[in-house]
Design a protein around this ligand. Sequence first.
Ligand code: 5GP
Ligand code: MN
Length: 424
Amino acid sequence: MHIAIEGCCHGELDRIYETIAFIESKHAIKIDLLLCCGDFQAVRNAKDLESMSVPPKYKQMQTFHKYYSGERRAPVLTIFIGGNHEASDYLWEMPLGGWVAPNIFYIGRAGLVNFGGLRIGGVSGIYKSHDYYKGVFEAPPFDNQTMRSIYHIRDFEIFRCKLISKPIDIFLSHDWPRGVYHHGNVDELLRKKPYFQDDICSNSLGAAPLEEILARLKPSYWFCAHLHVKFAAIVNHADSQTRFLALDKCIPGKDFLQVLCFPDSDEPKELRYDSEWLAIVKATQSLLATDRWQPSLPSQGTDDFNKYQANEDSLKEIEEAFQDLRVPENFVATAPVFDQSAAVDSAPPSLAENPQTLELCRKIGIENFYKQSTEAVSFEGEAAPKGLEAPNPDEIDLDLEEEEEEPPLKQPKNDREHEETGSA
Ligand code: 5GP
Ligand code: MN
């Protein structure tokens, strides 16, 4: 079984699928699955661009809309997580994951699925300490603040991941687990990205909650993106290893794609829900806060924590409710397809509850617990007067790569500096 892993996608699906076709013909292999590690940009129409946090010059339709409208079909099953540049109103519809287009599956805010006998988990978004303990209070229409905070990882998602107890084969995140660079060739990494020096010395590059997940779940493989550089490492645990691989963003000449060979199993190569994960989702649903703060969650190792783990009864309940754990091919368009001739504002916002989410919640036996609001919700105080908006702490110029070709004229922006001078 061959699995292709891709770093940041940035809406470049045409290019990624062309690259896959090229590799398939060059090596006479068939790629069974594509995993994309965020900044996917599932932009359906011009309206979706409004909910995507990127510098203005990157507000481009790119190629995803063709796969959404049916003009093209993804030639290989594609699973992705979210990053920090996403069509947030679209991903918001599917917090537990779902098809964003035929054959293209979003794993959800956090998720775990099965394919060909492999358990593949992931967490969407990036870590910002100031939003980590918030509830999932954001709902469309997003304002300037909520279109960013919506993709900041929450304690709740990490809590759910920590409850997984059966072995995981592959885990996906957008940012790197903090500290992972100490397990690979850090000198070479610093030659490629000298401005990581300070962050590496202070062990602050990457996300602390992802470091916890890595130590807890010990997946066989961990793939990620975000820092726009290829980097491999082997993390040794007491009794096993994690093979770590970060990839670059999808730009010609960059190391954005890697194909790995996995042993074939008796399980069919099709997408399935994971019963342990669904049992965890069900057990923890009542703990999710959808207002400002997430009340504190049980700590790993306590009795209170253990009672949210899946057990024989809860697994049986899920298996009975689902009968068939195959993910149904139930993609439905919930917003108009891109119309080049239409004015930007003409596409109505997608406020419908996504039928896939409703169906999944009904089967699990939970409510669709994310709030649907008609007003922008913000807890950051009054909106700043025009022109005085706080700097976006996540906005790191995507031109960075081009700047690196030349000796940098200025120090690339460190996003924590922004955080300190920002609104938080
Ligand atoms: P994005 O494509 O998500 O806007 O930004 C990714 C870029 O930001 C990459 O070029 C990466 O090197 C840089 N970056 C992201 N997080 C950090 C960080 O914590 N420290 C440093 N030095 N650079 C970062
Ligand atoms: Mn990113």
